[in-house]
Ligand binder design. Structure first.
Ligand code: PLP
Length: 418
């Protein structure tokens, strides 16, 4: 203990596989609310929330006491072979947010929720094909990776991935295919090209999509896209899986982002915020679809009681924060839009999932992104990137407005200095 930042990083490089990218040398000591401290005592505004996980911030007292209380009862007792009441209580609460009668399957992470959703869709429909969208992020295990494509490095050297999958363009207004009438163009592309040339719709189990592409750069689709897509899918008995791992549990100002788009997905994948910082994921789906037979799917740790104790608090507290999330998000967006810089190409997002994209000479300005993130870090604000050159702002949902605007002003000034 009491190592310097430099020593921790040096040992990290020596002992941990370096298959992930860090943006700057931040070594956490502890946090409280939306503030974190490094091991040398410096204070930072947290615009990451551990990548969208810590909805109630750091050190939430209600989570601490709920988990403590549960720890005195039992830490673990695999739900797949035994029963406990907490699992039912949290599932009841979670399904109460769904627009239909639903059932839950617990997992430990986002990628595991996506894997489960793939199996549920295939198992229920008896069909094999699943179609996803380019520039999405669904996780890194081989099933979910088959639908992940926000950067080529994520897939490089890991083929072959799942067969009978296909990726189509996301309704992203930056895509030239999609500049005019994006929704209609893509829907007819699916109906007239994908279903007529690639795969008969009777063989398609599901489409999987993020309601807003998070890791891909905070891409918000046109408001009618998912509604129209789902109408098309229903015609052919194809399920819609929405990956709300990042957008779910209040992040966008609604419990689920699909609520913004007037669409009812058949299956929803959750993780990140649902466990309040303790690993937990869940798949929530229509009762009649969640019908994999006994023995066909299970895991040891899914629905861990410590995670569920935390989740119970999260699911009680987050609904009270939704208006605050929407209004604070709008203020951050307004502030960012006022940035005076030729490099700020777009500011977009919903609630507290916000992206500010930098471009130079009409191309992603990656060096600019790195510089803004690094210099903001130096000035006490922690944010990371998304897509090729987008600053991602994703603070704990409890962040107060003044602190959120203080952090935003620092990022804005750093963009202006480019
Ligand atoms: C939309 C989405 N799906 C799935 C995942 C994978 O989650 P995990 O890292 O918990 O496996 C992520 C992670 O960022 C995500 O943003």
């Amino acid at each position: 203990m009491n190592k310097s930042i430099y020593e921790v990083i040096k040992e990290d490089e020596e002992y941990l596989m370096q298959s992930f990218k860090r943006w700057y040398p931040f070594v956490i000591s502890h946090g409280k609310g939306a503030i974190v401290y490094d091991i040398e005592g410096k204070e930072y505004i947290d615009f990451n929330a551990g990548i969208g996980v810590l909805a109630l911030g750091h050190g939430n007292e209600k989570i601490i006491s709920a988990v403590n209380e549960q720890m005195r009862k039992f830490f673990h007792y695999s739900l797949t072979d035994f029963y406990y009441e907490l699992a039912v209580e949290v599932a009841k609460r979670l399904t109460s947010f769904m627009p239909y009668s639903a059932k839950v399957f617990y997992t430990n992470s986002g990628t595991e929720s996506v894997e489960a959703a793939i199996k549920i869709a295939r198992g229920h429909t008896g069909r094999q094909w699943i179609i996803g969208f380019i520039n999405s992020f669904h996780g890194r295990t081989l099933g979910s990776l088959s639908f992940t494509s926000s950067k080529a490095i994520q897939r490089k050297s890991f083929s072959p991935l799942l067969p009978s999958t296909y990726l189509i363009p996301y309704p992203d207004k930056r895509n030239p295919l999609c500049s005019d009438n994006c929704t209609e163009t893509l829907i007819s592309f699916i109906e007239d090209w994908i279903f007529k040339k690639i795969v008969d719709p009777s063989e398609v189990a599901a489409f999987i999509a993020e309601p807003i592409q998070g890791e891909g750069g905070v891409i918000v689709p046109p408001s009618d896209f998912f509604y129209k897509l789902n109408n098309l899918l229903k015609k052919y008995g194809i399920l819609l899986i929405m990956d709300e791992v990042q957008t779910g549990i209040g992040r966008t100002g609604k419990m689920f982002a699909f609520e913004h788009f007037n669409v009812t997905p058949d299956i929803v994948c959750l993780a990140k915020a649902i466990g309040g910082g303790i690993p937990l994921g869940a798949v929530v789906g229509r009762k009649e679809i969640m019908d994999l037979p006994p023995g066909s799917h299970a895991n040891t740790f899914g629905g861990n009681p410590l995670a569920l104790a935390a989740s119970k608090v999260v699911l009680e507290e987050v609904p009270k924060l939704l208006d605050h999330v929407s209004s604070t998000g709008k203020k951050i967006i307004e502030e960012l839009k006022d940035t005076k810089s030729p490099y700020l190409y777009d500011v977009r997002g919903m609630g507290l999932l916000i992206g500010a994209e930098l471009r130079k000479d009409n191309k992603p300005f990656y060096e600019g992104l790195e510089k803004v993130l690094y210099n903001s870090f130096k000035r006490g604000v922690l944010a990371i990137g998304a897509g090729e050159s987008t600053i991602r702002i994703e603070p704990p949902l409890i962040i107060d407005e003044d602190l959120a605007l203080k952090g935003t002003k620092i990022i804005k000034e750093e963009i202006e200095k480019l």
